[in-house]
Design a protein around this ligand. Structure first.
Ligand code: A3P
Length: 299
């Protein structure tokens, strides 16, 4: 399980409209099985809009639950096997559903980018814990742009300006960022088992966020262990670690851009022109006018 080989049949997919959101077939081909996925009450779901810090939080959870117990897991299983991506379906490879079904661990850690209205109903019925990570729209967009450039199961992003317009129009895989972050935020009002985290808070003080996670999860992880985890999940360590840096996955070309790219708050300032920023802010105000949800675009 050291990595996966790219099936010869793969090519960049077209953007399609599916259940009202933009998608690619790699995340919809297995739809029936995804929607009928049978959750267990102790499953933990890590839900995010793509590029909000999914891998970071996945690795924190993996270490909190299994860091001390299973060395083989830490040294030879890439994070995408330990924390399966539920809706991922690439020909000739085990689907996310199959990987999740076969997870031998308790709890099972499961990743999804589905917007809240498309999360399989079994997770709600079983009252599973859901950890949502949000990231400010500007940095999220920049990170997504570079990700599309280097990841061949995403459509071609075009140039930065084209990408940004499509992002604002909600025409990116997994739909509009605005609806995604607000959808889980609203759900939290009625479903108390959601822990809503922010990428910016994690950058500001990872240790504090690990502690908050433990408290949500009901874990009494000793402080020394939490401190060790905080060190192990530092950007530089994760970038070096083959099990967390995605270097074992052939659908990405690191010569174009690495998966662990910068890990910063405020990199958007290196991408947005003044005009783009003004237009984006105006549009953002409209899109987010009905929510109490707030993001920080700098620290
Ligand atoms: P950048 O492209 O801005 O560098 P996801 O896991 O949801 O795909 O998110 C990837 C983004 O999270 C990338 O952002 C990546 O560098 C960042 N990231 C991952 N691990 C991180 C860490 N330990 N510290 C800071 N940022 C991290």
């Amino acid at each position: 399980m050291e990595g996966i080989d790219l099936p010869s049949t793969m090519s960049r997919p077209d953007l399609i409209e599916y259940k009202g959101i933009s998608m690619v077939h790699y995340f919809t081909d297995n739809w029936e099985k995804i929607q009928n996925f049978q959750a267990k009450p102790d499953d933990i779901v890590i839900a995010t809009y793509p590029k909000a810090g999914t891998t970071w939080v996945s690795y924190i959870l993996d270490l909190l639950y299994f860091g001390n117990k299973e060395t083989e897991r830490q040294t030879s299983q890439p994070i995408y096997f330990r924390v399966p991506f539920l809706e991922m379906t690439i020909p000739e490879l085990p689907s996310g559903v199959d990987l999740a079904d076969k997870l031998p661990t308790t709890p099972r850690l499961i990743k999804t980018h589905l917007p809240v209205q498309l999360v399989p109903k079994s997770f709600w019925e079983q009252n599973c814990k859901i950890i949502y990570v949000g990231r400010n729209a500007k940095d999220n967009a920049v990170s997504y742009f570079h990700f599309e450039r280097m990841n061949f199961i995403q459509p071609e992003p075009g140039d930065w300006n084209t990408f940004l317009q499509m992002f604002m129009d909600g025409k990116k895989v997994f739909g509009p960022w605005y609806d995604h972050v607000c959808g889980y935020w609203e759900k939290k009002q009625t479903y108390s088992n959601i822990h809503y985290m922010f990428f910016e808070d994690m950058v500001e003080d990872t240790g504090r966020e690990v502690e908050r996670l433990c408290s949500f999860l009901g874990l009494s992880t000793p402080i020394e262990e939490r401190e060790k985890i905080t060190k192990d999940v530092h950007f530089d360590s994760m970038k070096k670690n083959k099990m967390t840096n995605y270097s074992t996955i052939p659908i990405m070309d690191f010569k174009i851009s690495p998966f662990m790219r910068k890990g910063k708050v405020g990199d958007w300032k290196n991408h947005f022109t003044v005009a783009q920023n003004e237009q984006f802010d105006e549009h953002y105000k409209q899109k987010m006018k009905n929510t109490t949800l707030q993001f920080r675009t700098e620290l």
